[in-house]
Design a protein around this ligand. Sequence first.
Ligand code: SF4
Length: 292
Amino acid sequence: ILSDRKNEYLKYEGNEIITWCAGCGNYSIQKALERALILEGFKTNDVLFCYDIGCNGNGSDKIASDGGYTFHGLHGRVISAAAGAAIANPKMKVIAEGGDGGTMSEGINHLVHGVRSDYPMMFILHNNENFGLTTGQASACTRKDNSMNGSPDGVISDPINCCDFVLGLDPSFVARSFSGDVKHMTDIFRAGLKHNGFAFIEVLQTCPTYNRATPKEWYMERVKHLKQVPNTIESARKVASDMEDEINLGIFYQDKKSVNYLERLVNRKNVKTTPVEEVGRFDIGPLLKQFE
Ligand code: SF4
């Protein structure tokens, strides 16, 4: 599909040594995202990739130095940093990525406000159902009774269903995909890139090293592609709810008429320039000297 655009594809490839485990779902997520960007016509300098701390965040090292701008922030805080960038420079496509560990625990407040504010950005939740980078501790998405490092007797709380949680926040875009299906991820990412507000996309990501309870084969027996997008939040919650037997993938909800945060700001109405352009180049040297 991308054979005639091979050179564009290679632009994203950095020379850093890859640290992800063999068979990790992060590889296919990154490839699907690159494909979606190329197919949607984005040039590398049109895009800012913001990464949370976690295995997914090491994707920051995989982007070539001229393959897009990257920001690697604090654990659980990627949405707030990305939202700031999206508001400051709306000419840039801002994509944030975080894991279920950072996003659904210490960063869950940022997710709530990202959704309710409807910031103009796309957020990809890598849900591998554990804290992989710190060697397999239970996250808020680990299934009940699973034995994990740090909870050898099994997890005793119910997991959060991420899409159902976000659907309860009056979102403008919610979707789910699977790291074992590059074409489906590419299609969903393309839809998220075109969305006007906060596009929340959960990817069920395989983690063969620490999540042995739901390997790729487990998902492949259960995932189903939704045939059509539900037209109400209530019907979306119904199709998103099952995470055990029949796991639906697709766009669960989209408000195509959503008015994003920036468009609702009264003091930015009829302003043609961006905050970044207005600030221009400012020498912060004298300011930094105060802290020497
Ligand atoms: Fe991927 Fe899991 Fe390895 Fe992290 S620990 S790189 S998520 S397979």
